[in-house]
Design a protein around this ligand. Structure first.
Ligand code: G6P
Length: 612
């Protein structure tokens, strides 16, 4: 979490830094700050608790002149979100300013040693330790900034993407990364840096993704230099971005989340394009590694949050269609579970951002143990996309709303295609299933468009539930993960407590909660377990609970029992979570809006979780 931005060139940097921070606000919005070096060699640092717009107000009457600067938007880890703990942090003698994304694990030990040497600390952050350490080394060893940064980073244990400026070398920014992302944009007469490419795209499409343990020396008017852990020059691989500014704007919608819900018609088209061909699936990542997929004894899916829910659906898909045993693990648990992994295993890492720290750590562990690692990511060029052996992008474009919507449907669609592609290779998928499922995949964008017509009804329905404190979500089979995801969407953005449960398990506990104050959302498309879920609905109704049921068109039975029904088009069971997720997303969205919540930036959350 946390977002960092930097600029060095001939233009005034303040507006560029602020615009960049707005783009990165999805990474954290506890506080924001800028450090600017002006032509008189003055280092001005302004910081403010709260969002980037609070920082903008704070800076209205300040001197923000200068053409070199760094900036930060924070998701608090060490120290509460206040002005003092906000970045940039400044060294004791006031010469250096530093922004940081990540966590310095040994900061306490380093801090103690620095205090013994006379350093005075202002904040409770781990970051301040780093800037003090760099200054201490620089003064003590009488060395250059780059030498001091290199040595400081050798002493640090943890994860970081940093940018440092120094009053004594006003034409330079030093940036470095280990386990937290950093992208450098190469303009004609300016260089940009940021946690992802979104703050850069307005100015240049030429970028360099810094690798772990690399340090960049960015000098005004000079070509970029990058050195690796051995202090040798690294090869500079300039990539061209395929991102447009319009993808980063709300396009007339009141919130990014609503825009992203509606975009699913188009994003699924992009996700499917070129991959369904003549009733078969063509995934280059699978074809290029056909031996690994043919011979795999087991697949382990690792992910976090919504991506983990997509993974649960992926497990059903791959087991049903490709007949390979699949396990699904929270990446954060997997990495510390001493897992049994063999070279015959395939590990699939699912991640929208491609930067989730736990998922990255799970990947390194799997690679160490010899597994073939396949990525299902959205952000092109992200750390996970680069750390995996191969993979399939979901291609749904930038997702900015903190609650994941279009990435979830993209992930499930890719997992369905992946299951079919593996099934084709292993000969486990019948022609009938292949024809039926690929045809349905091609129909998904149109079916989502139809499902979005429920929006008005859901908006009306949401008025009934604005003041409810708890919700239960039930589903079975492929739609048990839909229940988990529906509950997660509601709790993340409306702060209403919601629990997802397998419908049949309800009688082993949650049924005790049911009364007229607890609404239950039941995902009940016409599938093999339809009769069973009807009994579950009756059990809720018999105890005075109200039921909102998501059903297939024409389901008269459930319509006659449930309080409200939301009708979605029928698709093969294995694809039903994709369609069912639309009303679940809209319900959470409208309830949160009615409650006056900030749906795009819910409290305490961040979109990209680059810390443990
Ligand atoms: C955060 C986000 C979620 C996301 C999860 C995993 O919690 O708010 O939307 O599902 O991280 O992120 P990833 O980028 O790895 O999918």
């Amino acid at each position: 979490m946390c977002g960092i931005v930097g600029y060095i060139g001939n233009a005034q940097c303040f507006p560029i830094l602020i615009k960049g921070l707005h783009r990165l606000e999805y990474r954290g919005y506890d506080s924001a700050g800028v450090a600017i070096l002006n032509d008189n060699n003055q280092l001005n640092i302004y910081k403010s608790r709260g969002k980037v717009e609070d920082l903008e107000h704070f800076c209205e009457s300040k001197d923000v002149e200068g053409t070199i600067g760094i900036a930060h938007t924070r998701w608090a880890t060490h120290g509460e979100p206040n002005d003092v703990n906000a970045h940039p942090h400044c060294s004791s003698h006031g010469d250096l300013a530093l922004v940081h994304n990540g966590t310095i694990e040994n900061y306490n030990v380093l801090k103690k040693a620095l205090i013994e040497h006379g350093c005075e600390f202002k904040s409770e952050t781990d970051t301040e330790v780093l800037v003090q350490l760099i200054e201490y080394i620089k003064e003590n060893n009488k060395c250059t900034l780059i030498e001091a940064v290199t040595e400081a980073l050798e002493q640090v244990v943890g994860a970081y993407a940093i940018a440092v400026i120094d009053r004594n070398t006003p034409d330079t920014i030093i940036a470095a990364r280990k386990s937290s992302p950093l992208v450098i944009g190469i303009g004609d007469d300016a260089t940009y840096l940021a946690s992802d490419a979104t703050p850069i795209i307005d100015y240049t499409d030429k970028v360099v993704y810094l690798n772990d343990d690399e340090i960049a020396i960015i000098k005004k008017g000079e070509p970029l230099q990058v050195i690796n852990a051995d202090k040798e020059p690294s090869n500079i691989d300039i990539k061209t971005l395929k991102l447009s500014v319009s993808q980063l704007e709300k396009g007339g919608y009141p919130h990014f989340m609503l825009k992203e819900i509606y975009e699913q018609v188009m994003t699924l088209e992009d996700c499917i394009r070129g991959r369904v061909y003549n009733n078969s699936i063509v995934l280059s990542g699978v074809n290029e590694n056909s031996e690994a997929f043919k011979s795999a004894h087991r697949i382990i899916i690792v992910a976090c949050g919504t991506s983990w829910h997509a993974g649960l659906i992926g497990k059903r898909l791959i087991q049903d269609i490709a007949r390979v045993p699949v396990e699904v693990e929270y990446a954060s648990e997997f990495r510390y579970s001493n897992p049994v992994i063999t070279p015959n295993d395939i590990v699939i890492a699912i991640s929208q951002s491609g930067e989730t720290a736990d998922t990255l750590a799970a990947i390194s562990l799997a690679k160490e143990k010899g597994a073939f690692v396949y990525g299902v990511c959205n952000v092109v060029g992200s750390s996970i996309a680069r750390a995996t052996d191969s993979g399939t992008y979901i291609h749904v474009g930038p997702e900015i709303g903190v609650a994941s919507t279009k990435a979830f449907t993209g992930q499930v669609t890719v997992l369905a295609m992946l299951a079919l592609a593996i099934g084709q290779l292993r000969g486990t998928v019948s022609t009938d299933t292949l024809v039926r499922t690929t045809s349905a995949i091609e129909m998904l964008p149109a079916l989502i468009k139809e499902t979005l017509k429920l929006d008005k009804d859901i908006e009306k329905l949401s008025r009934t539930y604005t003041y409810v404190h708890n919700f239960l979500y039930l589903g079975r089979g492929y739609n048990f993960p839909s229940a988990l995801e529906g509950a997660l969407k509601l709790k993340e953005i409306s702060y209403i407590h919601a629990e997802g449960y397998p419908a049949a398990e309800m009688k082993h506990g949650p049924i005790a909660l049911i009364d007229h104050e607890l609404p239950t959302v039941v995902i009940a498309p016409m599938d093999d377990l339809h009769d069973k879920i009807i009994s579950n609905i009756r059990q809720v109704k018999a105890r005075g609970g109200s039921v909102i049921a998501i059903v297939n068109k024409g389901d008269k039975t459930i319509k006659s029992i449930a309080d409200f029904t939301l009708e979605i088009p029928a698709v093969p069971e294995c694809l039903s979570p994709i369609i069912a997720s639309i009303p679940l997303q809209l319900l959470a969205y409208h309830i949160a809006v009615k409650k006056g919540c900030n749906v795009d930036m819910p409290r305490n959350l961040a979109k990209s979780v680059t810390v443990e």
